[in-house]
Write a protein that binds this ligand. Structure first.
Ligand code: ATP
Ligand code: MG
Length: 351
């Protein structure tokens, strides 16, 4: 009689989506040879987003040495809770993903990939990364539990001198030093491009002792900031639903109720009481909560409200839009365009 194999349906944890070269290449859209560039691009994007958020002219320092790649900024400093969430590979964490706006960050994914890269580069031994902010250093040792097929992260904190901004160091294992050395030309090209695209940026680069300082050409340069209100016109109904759902879930987690008026008021052009009143009256939701914890259990109703809320908010903004300039299409910087497509388009002939 033929021997039969009774196949088991093995479960593979999605947590390993960040833990192999193949998966990380899929997540970043780049082969391992480009990872130094991915680290530079994602680290500087985050630094610029954070500084612009806080209305601070950005000063970014990039150091590449035997310790790895370090990117420091003078922004508000990444909160400890955000660092902890970054290490939770069950969730994405982003202050940008749910909003429709021209920020660089858009997925809540990049820091996770950066933290996992040293592990993969080490050939599956140990990857290290540190994040310093608010007088605290977060030490991250990344390994994989091969039996349970999930990341096994050792995380501890210690006091640090850095009180201003954030410093992220992605360890670069000796084993992969040739990848780092070969990326030198393109790495330096990419980080210098940021100075062209951001005239208010003070940039300092230290590549194994080879130092380059770039002063800002216009420190008063102003542009749309992540802290500026977003326009209801930017949200198709499904993105409005996404924002409402993210807001409701966040409020539910934090035990907070929010009125529809508070939700409507956050959009550009809808801060005046008169306009909010018009929107709320059209919705028959004058004193309604966006979603109380009771309604949180009734998701369907919440979705209907989201669609209607979007339609009326856009209508209310039409009158104003006809009087003023429609928002101009935003200048899409190279770095934003790269991110939006989820792919760093690096010109092969550079560097
Ligand atoms: N240098 C920094 N200073 C302050 N906050 C930061 C910094 N870097 C990251 N953060 C916070 O950590 C969050 C996660 O960063 P991450 O790069 O993973 O995602 P993102 O920038 O939102 O989206 P994307 O994956 O598209 O880059 C950010 O949304 C931001 O709130
Ligand atoms: Mg980012």
């Amino acid at each position: 009689m033929h021997q039969r194999l009774n196949r088991e349906a093995f479960r593979t944890s999605r947590l390993l989506d960040f833990c192999s070269a193949k998966e990380l290449q899929a997540q970043t859209g780049h082969e391992m040879a480009d990872w130094p560039l991915v680290i530079a691009k994602e680290g500087v994007d985050n630094a610029l987003d954070a500084c612009e958020d806080a209305d601070i002219a950005p000063a970014v320092a990039i150091r590449v040495d035997a310790d790895g790649i370090t990117i420091a900024d003078n922004g508000p400093g990444i909160p400890t809770t955000t660092v902890e969430s970054v290490l939770d590979f069950n969730v994405r964490v982003s202050s940008r993903e749910a909003y429709v706006s021209p920020t660089r960050g858009a997925q809540g994914n990049a820091l996770k990939t950066l933290v996992a890269m040293p592990y993969v580069l080490s050939g599956g031994r140990l990857g290290t990364a540190t994040i310093s902010a608010h007088g605290m250093q977060h030490h991250i040792d990344f390994r994989v539990d091969q039996i349970r097929q999930q990341p096994a992260i050792t995380y501890r904190t210690s006091p640090a001198d850095r009180k201003i901004g954030t410093e992220i160091r992605v360890g670069w294992p000796d084993l992969a030093c040739s990848i780092l050395q070969q990326s030198r030309g393109r790495f330096l090209q990419i980080v210098q491009d940021y100075a062209w695209l951001n005239p208010n940026l003070t940039l300092s680069i230290d590549w194994f002792g080879e130092v380059l300082e770039i002063a800002p050409t216009d420190s008063t340069w102003a542009k749309w900031k992540a802290s500026d209100p977003t326009s209801p016109h930017w949200y198709p109904p499904e993105r409005q639903q996404r924002l409402i759902a993210a807001q409701v879930a966040h409020d539910a987690d934090n035990g907070r109720d929010r009125t529809v008026r508070e939700f409507v008021a956050q959009f550009r052009g809808l801060s005046s009481t008169g306009k909010q009143k018009a929107v709320l009256e059209a919705l028959c939701l004058s004193r309604a909560a966006l979603c109380t914890r009771k309604q949180w259990r009734d998701r369907r109703r919440c979705h209907c409200r989201a669609v209607r809320c979007h339609e009326v908010a856009v209508e209310a903004d039409q009158a104003q839009a006809s009087r003023r300039h429609r928002p101009q299409p935003f200048r899409t910087s190279l770095s934003r365009a790269r991110l939006r497509n989820g792919v760093l388009r690096l010109s092969q002939d550079r560097g």
